[in-house]
Ligand binder design. Structure first.
Ligand code: FES
Length: 506
């Protein structure tokens, strides 16, 4: 018997899809490109994925009772990851996953331009009865004369005879290291591009580089397409544990995100995939495993063993990355299961280990890493940072997207900086939280100092009841439903509130 598919409509997007009975509202939305907000990857523990069922119905599950208030449940709110579709349904989605703000600019330092991709223009002697060398030997000899070694795969070799003769033996050889990537007719040495990717757990950043000038042609960032499977590496690994199809699903999601970025970069610059010969990809160890479709499960349990840590060089088409069809993906090596190639890239870029002075390099991403070192010695370690700051277990926590408070100045008055400028404040992200907590720590230190410096030589008891810590004031303000309409923070007596960079509305 053919099972009737059920119709589910998502508002306010007015998007409808048909799914088999038993599908969750969360999965169905994800399949049609409406990723509902989530940090737990559909495990029912983050409470971010709630939707309001307007038509049809779904029973409230245990997780609903844990994450939602009774009034919300009575009003039709359900966790979309728990709500299964057993009848036609319409639901309202208050919050989709949004593209986080990512750093796409930074300070550079001067380096000698020495890209792995080389283009060499060659005017070859045409074959004759006196010179019957093969096409490859002819090419190899000419490249050797120019100081380059060459190895060629059969897929590139297939193109060589045609291009040689079509171009009258005036060709440009494209080499990635010693790999022959392409033979192009005429002199194309003016156009040579590569792309650098930072594959973060939450965000991907792609930079199209002009390898002739060393300048970035365009930079773009977007949300990692794996986000609906969970906010942190452990959630992604857990999903991967469902078997090879799940790993393929995760791989497909990250490759699709990279290709979306590439398409935008190409559109932005007019550069074509055929002119982009190499992708250098860094990321944490789990992300690189998933990019190559390698099971990352051993990374999640002692003794935390990666399948690989060395630098890899593989043809881009093996993973479906849309650069030159014979182009290569290069990765950087990792240092450990949780200190990945992205940190190695950061260490290289900042030169932390080149100088005698001791410096610290901190990458506060979804996974946070710290390197402390100098030219003599460096130490690196890692700890989850994102989930702690950007949602999980923090009442008003959210990612650094539009509506997140990213800056807080606390004095007698509260100044808030909201991502997006003049928009409604929805919660607080990591940088805002640090801003809010840091002065609190300083105040506490001050109290401790007062206590330590009591005039009788004994620890002095502070009889004043301290004001609530600044972070508590912010959280209380954001989470009190009654106060959300009257959204402005209470000014200190006689003072006007002051906002920077955005209006605060509940
Ligand atoms: S509670 Fe549903 S995705 Fe987290």
């Amino acid at each position: 018997m053919i099972q009737r598919k059920l119709e589910v409509t998502y508002l306010p997007f007015d998007r409808t899809t048909r799914v088999p009975p038993g599908t969750t509202v969360f999965s169905a939305a994800h399949w049609i490109g409406l990723p509902i907000d989530s940090t737990c990857g559909g495990r029912g523990t983050c409470g971010k994925c709630k939707v309001r069922v307007i038509r049809g119905g779904a029973d409230a599950e245990t997780a609903d009772h844990r994450q939602l208030r009774p009034a919300e449940i009575a009003d039709g709110w359900r966790l979309s990851c728990q709500a299964r579709i057993y009848q036609d349904m319409t639901c309202e989605v208050p919050q989709l996953l949004r593209v986080p703000k990512a750093a796409t600019m930074g300070l550079g330092r001067l380096v000698i331009l020495d890209p792995n991709v080389r283009k060499v223009y060659l005017e070859l002697n045409e074959p004759s009865m006196e010179d019957q060398r093969s096409d490859v030997a002819r090419l190899k000899d000419a490249l050797t004369d120019e100081g380059h070694g060459m190895v060629a795969g059969v897929s590139v070799l297939r193109t060589v005879p045609g291009v040689f003769r079509e171009a009258g033996f005036r060709v440009t050889a494209v080499l990635a290291g010693e790999h022959l990537v392409a033979v192009e007719p005429g002199d194309t040495t003016g156009d040579c591009y590569g792309v650098a990717f930072d594959v973060g757990t939450t965000t991907l950043v792609g930079t199209l580089m002009n390898l002739r000038t060393g300048m970035a042609a365009s930079v773009l960032s977007t949300l990692n397409g794996q986000a609906p499977f969970g906010a942190d590496v452990i959630s992604r690994i857990s999903h991967g544990m469902n078997g090879p199809d799940a790993i393929q699903e995760l791989q497909g999601a990250v490759v699709a995100t990279m290709n979306t970025i590439l398409a935008e970069l190409y559109r932005d610059t007019g550069v074509s995939p055929q002119q982009t010969y190499e992708a250098v990809v860094v990321g944490n160890v789990t992300m690189l495993h998933l990019l190559f479709g390698i099971d990352p499960t051993p990374l999640s349990m002692a003794p935390f063993t990666p399948a690989f840590m060395d630098q890899l060089s593989i043809e881009a088409r093996e993973v479906g990355l849309e650069i030159h069809p014979h182009g290569y993906i290069q990765t950087l090596p990792a240092l450990g299961a949780y200190v990945g190639a992205d940190i190695v890239a950061g260490v290289l870029a900042t030169g932390v280990v080149r100088e005698d002075r001791l410096r610290v390099f901190v990458d506060v991403g979804t996974n946070g890493e710290i390197v402390l070192g100098s030219a003599q010695r460096a130490l690196a370690t890692a700890a989850p940072a994102g989930p702690a700051f950007e949602g999980s277990q923090i009442k008003c926590g959210m990612r650094a997207t539009v509506g997140a408070i990213e800056g807080v100045q606390l004095g007698d008055r509260v100044e808030l900086q909201v991502i997006g400028g003049d928009v409604r404040a929805e919660g607080i992200c990591g940088s805002g939280l640090v801003d809010a907590v840091a002065p609190g720590a300083a105040v506490r230190q001050g109290i401790d100092r007062d206590r330590d410096q009591g005039s009788d030589g004994h620890p002095r008891r502070d009889r004043r009841r301290p004001r609530p810590g600044p972070a508590r004031r912010i959280v209380r303000f954001l989470s009190e439903p009654g106060k959300r309409e009257d959204h402005r923070p209470r000014p200190a007596r006689g003072r006007r509130p002051h906002h920077r960079g955005g209006q605060l509305r509940g």
